[in-house]
Structure formats: structure tokens, C-alpha cells
Design a protein around this ligand. Structure first.
Ligand code: ADP
Ligand code: MG
Length: 728
């Protein structure tokens, strides 16, 4: 066995779980390191507290003198907890989080120093962030970008730094991050939903989008990762024959959590409690070494921040437990990949979940309104939903056998399908008193009962209604939730705005009662949204055919999927809502296309290196052993040696054939890469990588994996799947 592989395995066998003793209740730890409402109430003057509350709830501006007070209280609070630095914490278009720390410490002459933090430092900063991707919005020598405080996401202490969630925008006004468009989308869905709520309840003043994500991940021992350049550099295995035992026995799913993983989870959960991330569930997932965690859902902007923060924290805590967390959507071939379900709903400031059936016919009509409008929004924008979750890594998952397909569809269950059928059959125009009574008694009135025993769940649907929320399941485990959330909230906002216009028109021009108008429009929407509703097996081939008939898009690769982002329709949607302008949209498209290209380029290089410098030399070494063996046999058996050395000689030839194929295809891949690199248009370049370069990965891998089965295990340099995947 190669020394690196041997040492890595040895090291993991000697690991002990790093167990934390917990002597404080989780509820007491919760939010301890967050400058949240209750901390603010304790530390701020009344004026300052009211001002921040207004900023959070109504987006009101905070005056500079008040900002100074807030900054000063924040600083005192942080200093009392041993904090030395502060940072504006943001999410640039790399998808990761970014921070640049500044010390509170400042000199004041005479060799003296103080801790200082004023309103201006809290509210706005200008990081020299010229190296973040900006898709051409901002040349390095032109206007710079600045970060601005987002009071709706509370500041928190991580390690010894006070982190202030911020947006990141260019001086010319364009968003350079994911948070800015998300906040705008949340604002438009809020006002659009409030306007529709007024049909049912005049008291509603605010509607919040909620998000509850479920994060899947793999834990791999850090020594093993160090022995695999592919995992280190690309986050996934580019080579490796599947293990004899994988997930066939279903013995990992919901099984006993391995000791080391458990110790890691507890440590992580404690850290998350302090940071106010309300983690609730943990369990083993389907694949060996795969796990999932989920919090209690929160307001969407906060939930997005918490997920981004969580991924950072997961990485850091993993180091203490000698693990590396793999967020990649498909780290291992042949076993399940990872996703990040985005559970989404809308709720009012009066405490009503608009996607949860209520107790009265009226509240159920409200439920149906939001339910059907969401379905219509997805129906009309399915290709944009696909685009919102497109990435090089998620491509391995979508369309593969175990994950939602690249076709978007909505699952709602038998009972709600029946409800929609009934509504669809209503006569157009004003409803007769009899129809109204029927509706109230038999359709709208029955929904809560129906849902209570609605247990059928379709795990193959990319967008499923699960009782009181929609679950967008096609989101990748590595993704920043801001992208799908910005899209979803925007299309629903647009839909609700259109709905309101149409209903009002019926009320005003056709002299209809409000209920009649609502029913009429919903009925039309049901008819128009049929293509997107699908209750069957989303993984089956039959669905692919059926979806084609329904004219649903099926963009299997990222370049194809991303094209939708810059369509006229997408630009009209975002510009119309004020969520993004054409420049911002184009920039994101360019950046994502570039990201796709870069990832494939890196994978190609790593694979070439592994195949040429690790696998082929090892195979040659083994051939030399075989050759010695054949020579020896020839000496002993002379003329008859061909009979006794038959297997060895065949093996020699097999190995040679694989080596030959590897060499030919690595050369071809390099040529294809060079050709692709010369292409200037981002889409064409990405397409060249996708169609010309990437298919060769599979061919090269195939031959390398075959060699893994032929070559002496003692010589094999790369840690094998069976060694990577079964932690103690
Ligand atoms: P699973 O989908 O694995 O069965 P659950 O349905 O219990 O798990 O919940 C998954 C996630 O959905 C959790 O993060 C939970 O907080 C979130 N969730 C539950 N209700 C809502 C809601 N009304 N809006 C948004 N998210 C929700
Ligand atoms: Mg779920």
C-alpha cells in the first residue's frame, strides 16, 4: 500500500470521538452570542431600540446619531464577551461568505489606546473587495463597492469577532451580492401578499416568507481526504471503483449515528445554539457517511444567513474532530448525493401561515388563493426555477437516478388534486347560492380534515406541497439558498400582483362579489397550470416523455439551464419587480457560467494529473512485477510456460489496453480543454466544456477504475471507496 494511503487509514483507525461535556441547557445557550431583540432591549436606549425595531419591521432609516448609540452599545456588549474585532459579513457572488476583520483597538496619541466603534463603522464600510467576481459591473479601477448594515439580520459573535450582516453593492447601485436581490424580493412578496390578504383580513400589515432548509452532507476523515487530491481540490472523487458494500442494505439511513459523527454534531449544535441557529433535527442519511441536519424554520433572509453561516461553522468544527465536511452534491459515484431542501411558506403578522388550511371556509379560501397562485407561479416560470439551482456540482444530482429530475413539477397529493378538480368544474361568472353552499360545505370547508390525514408524500418530486409549506427539493447541498429564494419569492410576488389586478377587474367591471371573483380567477389558474402538476414517479422515464408532451423544459446541464436567466422573460420579471436590473442579471449569468467553466477546468486538470501521475505509473509498476513473474515461469517451465503464465499474460495485456485508453483520452481531454479555452462567448465556452471535455472524464474514469480492480492492492496509491466511506 502506498505510504500515504497506509498512514491515512492507520490514523483514522486510531481516532477517538472528541466528546463534549454539556452542562448548560441548550435553551440557555440559545442566542447568547447574538445581538438580538432581547439584548438590544437590555442595552439600548428606548429611542435607539424603537429606531432599530422600525428599521427591522418597516425598513425605516436609522439616523446617524442613533446609529452611533447602537454601535457603542454593540461594542460594549461584544467587548464584555472578549471580542477584539468586528467585521462586515457578506455573501459575494462566489456563493461563500466574506469577512475582513478590523480591530476595535485604536491609538489616541501619547502611547495610549482605546476601543472604538462608531455609527459610521456600523452602517457602512468600503472593503477593498476588488477581487470578488462582479461580472463586469465594476472594473477594479472604477467605483468600488461598499457594504451596508442589514439590521433585519442580527449581528453575532463568532470566535472573537463581532460579525455584522451586510449587503454588498457597487457605488453605482448594482448589487454585488446575493443578499441585496433577496431583500428586494422579500419586500415585493410582502407587499404583493399583503394586498391579496386584504381580501380576507383587513388587519394584515406584513407578510414574511419563511424558509426551513435541510442540509445534507458527508463527513470524511481529514487524513483520508488528505490522501485524495481529487476530494481536496474539487470536493468530490473523480476516480474510485464502487465499494462492494455501498448503500444496498439501507443500513445507514436513520441508523445509529457513529460515535465520532455524534461528537461532531453535538459540538456543532452547541456552537449553533450560541449563534442563534435553531438546529432541531439530526440523522443519518441514505449513503454511508452521509448525514442531515435541519433547524426550525425562520424568516427567509435570516434563514439564508444562518445557512451560509452554518456551512462555515460546520467546516471549522469539523477540524476539531478530524473530519472534512463534503457539501458537494455528488462526492461519490454510485451512492446518493446531497441536497438542501428549501421548505418555504408565507405567514402574516397576524400569525397565519398562508399555506396552511385554516378552520373556516374563509381562511381556506385564503389558503387556496396562495396555494394555487404558487402553483401557477411555478407553472409559468419552471425553467427559471431550474436555472436558480443550476451549478456544475448539482448537475451530477439532477437527472441522476436518485434525485429530483431536471424537470420541474409540483406534487400536491390526492386530496388537494381532488379539491382543484372540483374548483375547476365551477361554472364561470357569478356563483349561484347553491354552488356557494356546496363549495363551503364540501370543498373549502373540508380542507383541514383532508390535510390531517394526508400522509402521502412523493419523494421524487422537485417541488412538493407537504401540508403547510412547499418543499423545493432540487436545491443543491452546496448552494446559497438566496438564489432559489430570490427566484421563488419573486415569481410568487409577480403572480400575486397579477392575481390582484384580475380579481379587482372582475369586481369592478363585472360587478362580482369578492368571493365570486376569487373563485373565477382561481378556476382559470387551475386550468392554466395543469402542465406543472405531476403526482407520479419523477425519476421514471415515462415522466420524461410526458413532460416533453407538456412542453416542460428539461435542461439537463448548467449551460442550457442558465440561459433562461437572461431571457427577456426573466429580465422583465426582475426589472418589473425592481428586484434586479438587466446589468445585475447579466452579471450573475456571466459569473455563474464562468464558475461552471472553472470547476470543469479544475476537475479536468486534477483528473489528468491523477490518471497520468498516479494511476498509470502504478499500473506500470504492477506490470513489471507480472513481467518478472512471467520471466521466472518461463525459466522453470520453458516451452510450456505459456500455459502456466496465461492469466498473467492476459492481465498484462488488459492493463496495457487500459493504460493506452487512459493516455489517449487524457491527451484528447487536454486538447478539448485548450480548444474550449479559446472560445470567448461564455455560453459557447461552457457548452464546449460540457459537451466536449466533460464526457471524457467518464471515459478516463472508467479505465482507471478498471485498473483499480486489476492492480495489486498493495501498490494502489489512492484511498479506496470502502476505506473512505465507512467511519467508525
Ligand atoms: P422532512 O421534510 O424531512 O420530513 P419536516 O417536514 O419535519 O422534515 O421539516 C423540514 C423543514 O421544514 C424544517 O427545517 C422545518 O423547520 C421546516 N418547516 C416546517 N414548517 C414550515 C413552514 N411552515 N414554513 C417553512 N418551513 C417549514
Ligand atoms: Mg423535507
Amino acid at each position: 500500500m502506498s505510504t500515504l494511503r497506509f498512514k491515512a487509514i492507520q490514523e483514522t483507525l486510531n481516532r477517538k470521538p472528541n466528546i463534549i461535556i454539556e452542562d448548560t441547557r441548550r435553551s440557555e445557550l440559545f442566542g447568547k452570542n447574538v445581538y438580538n431583540q432581547s439584548t438590544m432591549r437590555q442595552t439600548l436606549t428606548k429611542d435607539a431600540f424603537v429606531s432599530v425595531s422600525n428599521a427591522i419591521e418597516k425598513g425605516a432609516k436609522i439616523e446617524r446619531s442613533i446609529a452611533d448609540q447602537i454601535a457603542s452599545s454593540m461594542k460594549d456588549w461584544a467587548l464584555s464577551k472578549g471580542v477584539t474585532h468586528y467585521t462586515h459579513w457578506f455573501q459575494p457572488l462566489t456563493g461563500a461568505t466574506a469577512e475582513k476583520h478590523d480591530a476595535f483597538f485604536e491609538t489616541i496619541g501619547n502611547g495610549d489606546a482605546i476601543e472604538k466603534f462608531g455609527g459610521s463603522q456600523l452602517v457602512q464600510q468600503e472593503p477593498d473587495a476588488s477581487s470578488f467576481p462582479n461580472g463586469g459591473i465594476r472594473n477594479t479601477f472604477e467605483a468600488r463597492g461598499y457594504t451596508a448594515w442589514d439590521p433585519t439580520s442580527p449581528a453575532f459573535i463568532y470566535e472573537t469577532t463581532l460579525c455584522i450582516p451586510t449587503v454588498f453593492v457597487a457605488y453605482t447601485g448594482e448589487a454585488l451580492d446575493y443578499k441585496t436581490p433577496l431583500l428586494r424580493a422579500l419586500q415585493v412578496v410582502d407587499s404583493a401578499a399583503v394586498a391579496v390578504c386584504k381580501y380576507f383580513d383587513k388587519n394584515v400589515k406584513k407578510v414574511n416568507a419563511s424558509l426551513g432548509w435541510e442540509q445534507e452532507y458527508f463527513l470524511i476523515d481529514s487524513a483520508l481526504v488528505a490522501s485524495r487530491p481529487d476530494i481536496q481540490l474539487t470536493g468530490r472523487t473523480l476516480l474510485g471503483h464502487s465499494s462492494a458494500k455501498g448503500q444496498q442494505l439501507d443500513d445507514h439511513y436513520f441508523g445509529t449515528i457513529p460515535n465520532r459523527a455524534m461528537a461532531y454534531m453535538r459540538d456543532l449544535e452547541i456552537q449553533c445554539m450560541l449563534l442563534g441557529i435553531p438546529l432541531k433535527t439530526r440523522h443519518n442519511e441514505v449513503a454511508p457517511n452521509q448525514f442531515e441536519l435541519a433547524p426550525i424554520y425562520e424568516e427567509a433572509n435570516l434563514a439564508v444567513d444562518h445557512n451560509a453561516l452554518l456551512m462555515d461553522v460546520m467546516d471549522k468544527i469539523a477540524e476539531r474532530h478530524n473530519f472534512k465536511v463534503l457539501f458537494h452534491e455528488k462526492p461519490f459515484e454510485g451512492i446518493n448525493g446531497s441536497g438542501k431542501h428549501n421548505n418555504w411558506s408565507l405567514s402574516t403578522d397576524t400569525g397565519v401561515n398562508l399555506l396552511s388550511p385554516g378552520k373556516t371556509p374563509m381562511s381556506n379560501l385564503q389558503f387556496l388563493t396562495f396555494f394555487i397562485n404558487t402553483i401557477k407561479a411555478v407553472n409559468d416560470n419552471e425553467e427559471l426555477l431550474r436555472a436558480a439551482i443550476a451549478s456544475a456540482s448539482n448537475d451530477h444530482r439532477l437527472g441522476a437516478n436518485e434525485a429530483p429530475p431536471a424537470i420541474m413539477s409540483v406534487f400536491i397529493g390526492d386530496q388537494l388534486t381532488a379539491v382543484l378538480k372540483e374548483l375547476e368544474q365551477l361554472t364561470s361568472g357569478k356563483l349561484s347560492p347553491q354552488e356557494k353552499t356546496d363549495l363551503k360545505l364540501n370543498v373549502v370547508g373540508k380542507i383541514p380534515e383532508i390535510l390531517l390525514d394526508n400522509t402521502d408524500r412523493n419523494r421524487t418530486s422537485p417541488f412538493a406541497f407537504t401540508g403547510n409549506k412547499f418543499e423545493f427539493r432540487a436545491v443543491g447541498s452546496k448552494a446559497n439558498c438566496a438564489k432559489p429564494m430570490t427566484l421563488l419569492n419573486s415569481i410568487v410576488a409577480k403572480q400575486l400582483i397579477d392575481f390582484k389586478i384580475e380579481v379587482d377587474e372582475l369586481i369592478e367591471k363585472k360587478d362580482m362579489k369578492k368571493d365570486d371573483a376569487v373563485f373565477n380567477i382561481l378556476k382559470e389558474y387551475i386550468k392554466k397550470s395543469k402542465a406543472i402538476l405531476f403526482e407520479g414517479n419523477g425519476y421514471g422515464e415515462a415522466w420524461e416523455k410526458e413532460a416533453k408532451k407538456r412542453k416542460l423544459s428539461n435542461n439537463k446541464t448548467t449551460p442550457e439551464a442558465l440561459k433562461a436567466k437572461v431571457s427577456k422573460k426573466a429580465i422583465n420579471l426582475y426589472e418589473g419587480l425592481g428586484v434586479m436590473n438587466a446589468v445585475e442579471i447579466e452579471a450573475r449569468y456571466e459569473i455563474e457560467m464562468e464558475d461552471y467553466i472553472m470547476r470543469l477546468q479544475i476537475e479536468g486538470r486534477v483528473l489528468g494529473d491523477l490518471a497520468r501521475n498516479h494511476i498509470v505509473p502504478t499500473a506500470v509498476k504492477y506490470q513489471n512485477i507480472l513481467i518478472e513473474n512471467v520471466k521466472g515461469l518461463k525459466e522453470i517451465y520453458e516451452k510450456d510456460f505459456k500455459k502456466v503464465a496465461k492469466a498473467q499474460m492476459e492481465l498484462l495485456e488488459d492493463i496495457s489496453n487500459h493504460i493506452e485508453s487512459i493516455n489517449v483520452n487524457v491527451v484528447k481531454m487536454t486538447e478539448m480543454r485548450k480548444a474550449a479555452n479559446k472560445v470567448t462567448d461564455a455560453f459557447d465556452k461552457a457548452t464546449a466544456y460540457c459537451n466536449k471535455v466533460k464526457p471524457l472524464f467518464d471515459t478516463i474514469r472508467y479505465h482507471c477504475d478498471k485498473l483499480e480492480l486489476l492492480v495489486d492492492d498493495e501498490l494502489w496509491p489512492l484511498t479506496k471507496y470502502r476505506e473512505l466511506l465507512f467511519i467508525k
